[in-house]
Design a protein around this ligand. Structure first.
Ligand code: CP3
Length: 343
């Protein structure tokens, strides 16, 4: 299986090997900006969509068909496994987790996930997709990084500053650490199960890792992300480590691991690669808001990013964060075409 995967430019780029043209996919590429997605969502709630393999597979394929991207990403959400740990989850439309985790007793009450039993629909979606995607594009599985999952679990929802999480971290570091260990244990079995079901690469989303100082990232995030990534090393598939807002601490992100480091737009590819060195690939890093602009501006920005990479192997083109719901689909398709045409 692994040797077959080498036929894909996306997998080659993850391993730093030469490609015929720069592979491109977009974080959150299945979603509300696509009328085809909204049509399905008129009839089915988001969580139900995630739990229905035929429908989850269908929306996973939409951006592959509509945009011509070089990889598919499983349709699910980073918070799906948290429900099985024992918090109630609903979307309205932003996620809410109840009750929030605040005390040692709350942490002790959480269970570690058993993937085949708790999230069979995720594994069935992957198996279904592998059959449908064979010979087309590879399939990326994903999970939240322990820190980003802890942010939602402690806060009980999204937040601007995640002060409940920070309060726990600074007031009860031993409770915080116990929570992080438990989430890491869950993430290891969850991502391993995705790979065993057929995911050909795995991406770790640390959407909130950048809200901490580098020193606190090193103390309170890095050890857990490193344990997660190290534990998945024997799978032999590319691991992509994306930490939003981490331009000023890429050395630490890279110490935590990943063959591919995801970049947001706060750092240029050239500088990032100086910090990261030869042995890791990079993924990124167009500001998602550029897709709201004119097509000549999109083309100029694609050219700039490709120029910053200067033809070095090991670049996967992507946005620096998820695609915005307001983006015209034709601009997303234009972006993919630009990357292929100009690389
Ligand atoms: O990339 C893909 O196309 C795969 C699907 C995917 C979703 N969420 C589907 C989704 C992925 C990879 C995610 C990851 C995710 N989910 C992250 C990390 C990436 C990031 O954007 O920072 C985070 C933080 C979440 C948590 C989450 N899920 C939030 C905050 C929200 C609501 C607000 C929002 O951004 O949409 C969701 C809901 C969600 N997850 C939707 C989708 C398509 C929208 C649900 C709808 O149809 O109403």
């Amino acid at each position: 299986m692994i040797s077959m995967d080498y036929n894909y430019d996306f997998i080659k780029a993850c391993h730093g090997k030469p490609v015929s043209r720069t592979p491109v996919w977009l974080m959150r590429q299945a979603g509300r900006y696509l009328p085809q997605y909204r049509k399905i969502r008129e009839k089915v709630a988001f969580l139900e969509l995630c739990k229905t393999p035929e429908l989850a597979a269908e929306v996973t394929l939409q951006p592959v068909d509509v945009l011509g991207v070089d990889a598919a990403i499983l349709f699910s959400d980073i918070l799906v496994p948290i429900e099985s740990m024992g918090q109630r989850l609903h979307y309205s439309p932003a996620p809410v987790l109840e009750p929030p985790v605040r005390s040692a007793a709350d942490v002790d009450a959480l269970r570690v996930l058993q993937p085949e039993q708790d999230v069979p629909f995720v594994l069935d979606t992957i198996r279904l997709l592998r059959r449908e995607l064979e010979g087309r594009v590879p399939l990326i599985g994903f999970g939240g990084a322990p820190f980003t999952l802890a942010c939602y679990m402690v806060e009980g929802a999204g937040s601007r500053h995640f002060l409940a999480l920070k309060r726990l971290m600074y007031q009860a570091p031993e409770v915080y650490a116990r929570l992080m260990e438990k989430i890491t244990d869950t993430s290891i079995v969850y991502l391993r199960a995705q790979a065993e079901a057929g995911a050909q690469a795995l991406q770790i989303f640390d959407s909130w890792g950048g809200i901490l100082s580098p020193a606190d990232y090193q103390r309170h995030v890095l050890p857990y992300s490193r344990r997660l990534l190290t534990s998945l090393g024997d799978l032999g598939i590319p691991l992509i480590h994306f930490v939003k807002g981490a331009g000023a601490m890429l050395d630490l992100v890279s110490m935590a691991g990943g063959q591919v480091i995801g970049l947001d737009w706060s750092i240029g590819l050239n500088r990032a690669r100086m910090i990261l060195g030869e042995n890791v690939a990079v993924q990124g890093n167009l500001d998602p808001a550029v897709l709201l602009g004119r097509q000549d501006v999109i083309e100029r920005e694609v050219r700039r990013i490709l120029d910053e990479n200067a033809g070095r192997p090991g670049h996967i083109f992507n946005l620096g964060h998820g695609i915005l719901p307001q983006v015209p689909p034709e601009n997303a398709a234009f972006l993919v075409d630009c990357v292929h045409r100009l690389s």
